[in-house]
Design a protein around this ligand. Structure first.
Ligand code: ZN
Length: 659
């Protein structure tokens, strides 16, 4: 009989929309997504919320600079963020925009509750104001200049609504004491406690000098200011005033960067206490990925963006690196060098190699069906015990957000299996009945270990573990597997293996880093002040995607395009670019390297020697980090735009011009 599942509600910060996501946002969101997947595999009814914070003077300014209305600017931004998470396979259940009407209502409702309970009053805020930028400069002193435009600041007083934060010093300290797990990691708690102990000042929560914000009902031109608006998004995402109906509030955990922990552990619980609403159970603040400041520069093309890494190595590689490399809660170092090193050692040579080796041996010796485990030897049982023990350890680690330790435990089992295969040498055994039985035992043991490892690593590496799962012939979805039922010994002999696939193709480090940096550069250069949907930035221009020319052109326009007969000399696939083939093409006077978006429709070998039409005077460009010098002409066929390469029915001379 199905029981009602326990709920688990978790959130990322609601990201500010004056820029596009970088590695820091990706880190918080990946952590949240990992916990979401993990909790689901532990049988919870999970909701994960992310979203965009779309109000404030910075958005006003950015929209003005882009020459579009704020509403359009933030709609583009929200779309860019949402589609990036989609592309990276991060599937939040709720994407809340602070311009959504349901959020606007939730903020106004929370304000009303706080006001009715006597924690909101009208007062005056005095600060240093830049008339040019229409904004207060927080923490500036009289007589200082504006940090944004350099003009002199003026002391300005405006009417504001204040929140009586000072009334919550004792309630907050009591709350921290009664809920010792509320602030994580432990080390951050002291910092917050002493901040609260040192006394809390009332907080201005509305502005009359900002236009782009949620109006305070009946009090226009007051609009809500930053935190009262943004923090409420966690609640508005799961019902706002009707939160009880959805049953998700309070949040089980808010994941945040360490820079915004104070707002989440002081302001937010105080607002909720004032409104007499349930408080979140935990706020988890993670550290930052640090990079050598000198190394991070746009001109060097090494600004760290998630998409180029995902394109080159796969998103699982980035997820694995971020969670494996640093202790969650502390700062860590980010470098492409260690990213690619870990990719090659832990993923390509570790998990990837174990899976493909095991599958190949089963294919060869047992006609692609999982063999039987016959008489077991002590070393078989030792490995079994290790894998079984890892189940308990990994679950315990993941419960405590110790991602690095959990992955360490999984990878130590993978290493043990590698060692086991190397010492048992199933490939050296003969065809006698006894040898065949021994082979079966060894390979069943390795395959069973892989099954367990895939299940345990799935929350972190969702794509690649699902591939191993399918390779082992498992037909159920790994997402819905209940980790609590995972035991050694469940792999059924006779199960036919799935189709083999490359998990983590090994990459050459220098080349991989160059490609990632070059793709990051392309992305940064194409992201102008006006945000575009992220998907548009990611689509490489292929012959099939060339848009139709709407108007008629003169012959002189056509003559500008120099097309010649070329002959394909070599063709190869490009790691990290599923759609592209790298071609070398003889165009008579020289050999050109050209990338073509035809990899899904043409086998590289079938193209060698083929005569094609090449646009030779196209400016060189980089596609997915690979230089392309020219274009192979192809028709775009059918709704999916299948490319069909243009060719000749008669033999033609290489280099001949098309007119
Ligand atoms: Zn200014």
């Amino acid at each position: 009989m199905p029981e009602r599942k326990e709920k688990f509600y978790l959130t990322t910060p609601i990201y500010y929309t004056n820029g596009l996501p970088h590695i820091g946002h990706t880190y918080t969101t990946v952590v949240c997504d990992t916990v979401r997947r993990y909790k689901r595999m532990r049988g919870y009814d999970v909701v994960m919320t992310t979203g965009t914070d779309e109000h404030g003077v910075n958005v006003e300014r950015a929209a003005k600079k882009a020459g579009i209305p704020e509403s359009e600017f933030v709609a583009n931004m929200a779309e860019a963020w949402r589609s990036l998470w989609d592309e990276l396979g991060i599937a939040a259940d709720e994407f809340v925009r602070t311009t959504d009407i349901k959020h606007v209502r939730a903020v106004q409702w929370l304000f009303k509750l706080c006001k009715e309970n006597g924690y909101v009053y009208k007062g005056h805020y005095t600060g240093q104001y830049c008339i040019h930028d229409n904004a207060f400069v927080n923490d500036a002193k009289p007589g200082e200049n504006c940090p944004d435009c350099g003009r002199p600041l003026e002391t300005l007083t405006e009417e504001n609504y204040f929140f009586k934060l000072s009334a919550f010093q004792k309630p907050l300290l009591d709350f921290y004491r009664k809920n010792p797990e509320f602030i994580q990691p432990e080390g951050r708690k002291n910092e917050i406690v002493s901040f609260v102990e040192s006394g809390l000042k009332d907080l201005s929560i509305t502005r009359t000098t900002i236009r782009w914000g949620i109006p305070v009902p009946g009090e226009e031109p007051h609009v809500f200011y930053v935190w009262f608006d943004a923090l409420t998004a966690y609640l508005s995402a799961v019902g706002g005033p009707d939160y009880e109906k959805r049953g998700m509030w309070p949040a089980d955990v808010h994941f945040v960067g360490k820079d915004i922990i104070r707002f989440h552990t002081v302001y937010w619980p105080a607002f909720l206490m004032a409104a007499m609403l349930p408080l979140p159970k935990q706020v988890w603040a993670h550290g930052w990925f640090l990079m050598d400041a000198a190394k991070m520069s746009k001109s060097k093309g090494n600004v760290v963006l998630p998409r180029p890494i995902a394109n080159m190595l796969g998103m699982d590689a980035l997820r694995y690196f971020m969670l494996r490399e640093v202790v969650f809660g502390q700062d860590g170092n980010f470098s492409y060098d260690s990213l690619v090193t870990r990719y090659n050692s832990d993923l390509a040579n570790g998990l990837g190699n174990l899976a493909s080796r095991t599958a190949a041996l089963i294919e060869k010796n047992f006609a692609g069906k999982v063999p039987k485990s016959a008489e077991r030897q002590p070393q078989d049982d030792a490995l079994a015990r290790e894998a079984q023990a890892a189940i308990g350890e990994v679950l315990e680690r993941l419960d405590k957000m110790e991602f690095a330790r959990a992955l360490e435990a999984i990878w130590s089992v993978i290493a043990a299996a590698d060692k086991y295969l190397t010492s048992e040498q199933p490939w050296a055994l003969g065809a006698s009945e006894a040898d065949q039985a021994r082979k079966g035992t060894i390979l069943w043991t390795t395959a069973e270990l892989l099954r367990i490892v895939s299940a345990l690593a799935h929350p972190v590496l969702p794509d690649s573990t699902a591939k191993v799962w399918a390779l082992l012939g498992q037909t159920t979805s790994l997402d819905s597997l209940e980790l609590d039922g995972l035991r050694w010994g469940q792999l059924v002999p006779g199960t036919p293996l799935g189709k083999s696939q490359t998990l983590f193709p090994r990459v050459e480090k220098t080349e991989a880093i160059e490609r990632i940096e070059s793709m990051a550069n392309e992305e940064l250069n194409s992201a102008s002040a006006v945000p575009k949907p992220a998907s548009a930035l990611a689509t490489p221009a292929t012959p099939a995607a060339t848009p139709a020319v709407p108007e008629k052109i003169g012959i002189e326009d056509f003559a500008k395009v120099e097309m010649r007969v070329g002959q394909i000399k070599t063709a190869e696939r490009i790691v990290g670019a599923d759609k592209l083939l790298k071609l070398t093409v003889d165009i008579g006077t020289e050999i050109r390297q050209i990338c073509a978006g035809i990899a899904q429709y043409y086998e590289p070998e079938s193209l060698i020697g083929r005569k094609v039409v090449v646009v030779v005077n196209l400016a060189p460009r980089k596609l997915r980090g690979v230089e392309s010098n020219g274009m192979v002409v192809a028709a775009s066929v059918g709704p999916e735009g299948r490319p069909v390469i243009a060719g000749f029915l008669e033999d033609v001379e290489v280099g001949a011009r098309l007119k």
